[in-house]
Design a protein around this ligand. Structure first.
Ligand SMILES: [Fe+2]
Length: 492
């Protein structure tokens, strides 16, 4: 392995010992490197994959002005590139306007999601309005570029997936910003986006085409400010949402952002991909909150959508949490808010919804073969977390046709990152490929990349590749085939 170290970034965070999400697998790291020809710890790097895995992490760079939440951290992206049985690694902070401003100032300039109004020293951005656009939530690959986004809606930042060169703010970004979880349809090269805000019409939806142009952008009027996090799509439709978990209106008048469950149903808005506001059809469903959806597809008169239905979207404070952190830690603990793999059927003919759980275990952060995005699919891959913590411990493969499932659990002290599906070159079947994930090993204070062969799922990792440094935990990730990145070759 050959490692090139980049000049250090400026950090002023000294004491990380008192915050549960500033240590262990969430300990911040600041070094940026280019590493080529990574060493193999065990197994052999397969030569039947060609593409790039991108993983997003959240890093506190400066001492917080008040209370730090891990989702306030600055976005750092890590990539591993596979080609001809060899692997390279690169990582970079996303040079957002906020990151650059705090580098210049040598201190934090913005408060975080948990802070009281007026904490920030500069005006903020996004739906909340007082936060830094940290670009630290989600990452996709579209039109040959990495697209990094923030959950409170902000600018989309672009990086070159091969070199990790910063390419700045996407020109297509609407003035209202873009939420995390834009969806890329690899069959058409289009990217579907949405945003939300505290001001009417409260939500917009749009389409960015494969040539990086915002070719469609429409308001999706809602009854008030909402907190959507994700969306879903089929070949012909996009599915937006209006959940009963949103900022309490009376607190909002005092600029306090306190989300609570309201006595309302969940609503899903189905719009043709290029539909107008009047084309949106709303379907009511059981009250819940959904952080993430899996796939959706059309089946006769129905649209079928899979996602993770939270049984307890407003959990009680986490027992045993360090003093002052029990509320925040409950909202980061899946075993507290209990997301279950769930299926909704929306009948376009009679307007009814039919829904049920597909599994009773606590699962989230699902992935599937993106060549089946928007189409009928059979295999879903979810993760399980360490009770009490936002740390991935297990991967679960589901055969949605038979209901069968397989689980791989990591040994003690090892934590994973969200694990997308990597199709083999010339794959014949939907599950002909690997799951890819970065591991943080707290026993050895190192990180590695693993691949799990999805045809032999419960045998566990088939290769372990050393990374040049221990990375931090984070939220999302993506896999992109090189032919999709470089040649804009679309999926069949
Ligand atoms: Fe997310």
């Amino acid at each position: 392995m050959k490692v090139e170290q980049l000049p250090p970034v400026r950090t002023t965070l000294k004491d990380t010992s008192k915050h549960p999400y500033m240590k262990g697998a969430w300990a911040p790291m600041y070094s940026e490197v280019n590493a080529t020809d990574l060493d193999v710890i065990e197994g052999k790097i397969p030569d039947d994959i060609d593409g790039i895995y991108v993983r997003n992490t959240e890093i506190p760079v400066h001492a917080p002005l008040a209370r730090y939440h891990p989702f306030d951290g600055d976005g750092m992206l890590h990539t591993i590139s596979f080609k001809n049985g060899k692997a390279d690694y690169r990582n970079r902070f996303v040079r957002t306007r906020g990151f650059q401003a705090e580098q210049e100032a040598g201190q934090a300039l913005w408060g975080g999601i948990l802070d009281a109004p007026g904490t920030s020293l500069r005006p903020g951005t996004g739906a909340h309005g007082e936060l830094k656009d940290a670009s630290s939530t989600d990452v996709v690959v579209h039109a040959g570029k990495i697209v990094s986004t923030f959950y409170q809606c902000g600018e989309a930042y672009l990086l070159d997936p091969e070199t990790m060169e910063q390419e700045g703010v996407a020109g297509w970004g609407p003035i209202d910003g873009v939420s995390a979880h834009p969806k890329v349809d690899e069959a058409t090269g289009e990217m579907l986006i949405f945003n939300y805000s505290k001001y009417p019409p409260y939500m917009h939806y749009g389409v960015v085409n494969k040539d990086n142009k915002l070719v469609h952008y429409v308001p999706v009027p809602l009854p008030g400010p909402r907190l959507p996090h994700d969306m879903a799509f089929t070949t012909n439709y996009s599915i937006l949402n209006d959940f009963p978990l949103f900022w309490d209106e009376s607190f909002l008048k005092q600029n306090i952002h306190l989300a609570r469950m309201h006595k309302l149903p969940s609503r899903f808005g189905i719009i043709p991909r290029y539909g107008k506001p009047e084309d949106v059809r709303w379907f009511e469903a059981a009250p819940t909150y959904v952080l993430h959806f899996l796939n959706a597809y059309e089946d006769g008169d129905e649209i079928i959508m899979d996602g993770y239905f939270q049984e307890n979207p407003t959990p009680t404070p986490l027992e045993g949490a360090p003093k002052g952190f029990s509320h925040m830690m409950a909202y980061l603990d899946e075993h507290s808010f209990k997301p279950k793999l769930h299926r909704w059927h929306f009948n376009l003919k009679d307007g009814t919804t039919h829904e049920y759980n597909l599994d009773d275990r606590v699962l989230e952060f699902g992935m599937f073969n993106q060549r089946y995005a928007g189409k009928p699919y059979r295999y879903a891959y979810s993760t399980m977390t360490e009770p009490g913590w936002f740390l991935f411990k297990s991967f679960v493969k589901h055969d949605l046709h038979t209901g069968e499932s397989w689980t791989v659990t990591l040994p003690e002290g090892r934590y994973a990152s969200e694990a997308p599906f990597v199709p083999r070159i010339n794959a014949k079947d939907e599950d002909d490929g690997y799951l890819v994930s970065f591991i943080i090993d707290e026993n050895t204070q190192t990180s590695e990349c693993i691949l799990i062969d999805c045809k032999r799922f419960d045998e566990g990792p088939v290769v372990r590749i050393a990374l040049p440094h221990k990375i931090s935990s984070g939220t999302h990730s993506v896999w992109a085939d090189r032919r999709f990145i470089r040649d804009h070759q679309l999926a069949e």
